[in-house]
Write a protein that binds this ligand. Structure first.
Ligand code: ADP
Ligand code: MG
Length: 252
């Protein structure tokens, strides 16, 4: 089994009757172990719904999603939560952090939830991640005392605490300026090079251009797919152009 995620004919509807919205209209997608996949598409095209479906965060209406060999919809909520907590990491546009905890304590929360008793060990792990993401020295800061870019780095540290096999990121650079966004993307590339698969939702062609493969969504379907060579770090412009050309070709 080379796939970490296998989604087949995924359908997701919201609401009933006249109000019903089909957010995913029979989507089939595979993510290989260690692969970096970006999802691009207009607002409302189903990107976030796809991320929620593939991560088991949301129940699907039809079709199937497997994590390795495990069919997510067949799991009880506890077992599903366990997989999400121990094998998956999540990063959103705005990291939700607890206001009454400092940055370090926010980062170690998932490890505490996982039941690790050795707080010295988890603190050490968190500090190593903070160093790696360039926010060493901010451990004791209140979450209101750091910049948006620093808070997002902390969000990434938190997502990596349990060493996930896949990182799900929904518009992780959406609230950041270009410089911070570039730095965060550089970080995601390194995390991927170290073996973590990534599913990244973005509406920014430059952001998507770092991936191994870009999926383009429109009206709840994947309408096109663009495989790219492994990112070398110096081919950014050409990659961005390829993504933009494909967007134009499919009309998004
Ligand atoms: P994207 O992330 O590409 O902007 P979404 O996946 O959030 O799009 O949404 C896809 C469609 O599903 C949209 O029409 C949206 O309004 C609808 N939708 C998403 N979440 C819900 C929800 N919880 N209830 C009702 N409709 C929803
Ligand atoms: Mg979205």
């Amino acid at each position: 089994m080379n796939n970490i995620i296998t989604g087949k004919n995924i359908v997701k509807t919201f609401g009933k009757g006249k109000e019903q919205v089909t957010a995913l209209n029979g989507v089939t997608v595979e993510i290989a172990k260690g692969e970096f996949v970006a999802v691009m598409g207009p607002s409302g095209s189903g990107k976030s719904t796809l991320l929620f479906a593939l991560s088991g965060m949301d129940e699907i209406t039809g079709g199937s999603v497997k994590f390795g060999h495990t069919e997510l919809s067949k799991l009880r909520e506890n077992a599903l939560a366990d997989i999400r907590r121990t094998k998956m990491g999540f990063v959103f546009q705005q990291p939700t952090m607890l206001r009454n905890l400092n940055l370090l304590d926010n980062i170690i929360l998932p490890a505490v939830h996982k039941g690790y008793k050795d707080t010295a060990e988890i603190s050490q792990k968190a500090k190593a991640l903070m160093k790696k993401t360039g926010i060493s020295g901010l451990e004791g800061r209140d979450i209101t005392e750091v910049s948006g870019g620093q808070l997002q780095r902390a969000g990434i540290c938190r997502a990596l605490m349990n060493a996930p096999e896949i990182l799900f990121a929904d518009e992780p650079t959406g609230a950041l300026n270009t410089k911070s966004a570039d730095e965060i993307m550089g970080l995601l590339v390194v995390i991927n090079q170290e073996g973590t698969a990534i599913l990244l939702v973005t509406h920014d062609a430059k952001v998507a251009a770092r991936a191994d493969r870009v999926l383009f969504t429109k009206d709840g379907s994947i309408v096109s797919e663009l495989p790219l060579p492994k990112f070398s770090g110096t081919d950014m412009e050409a990659r961005g152009d390829k993504v933009l050309a494909r967007m134009a070709a499919v009309g998004i």
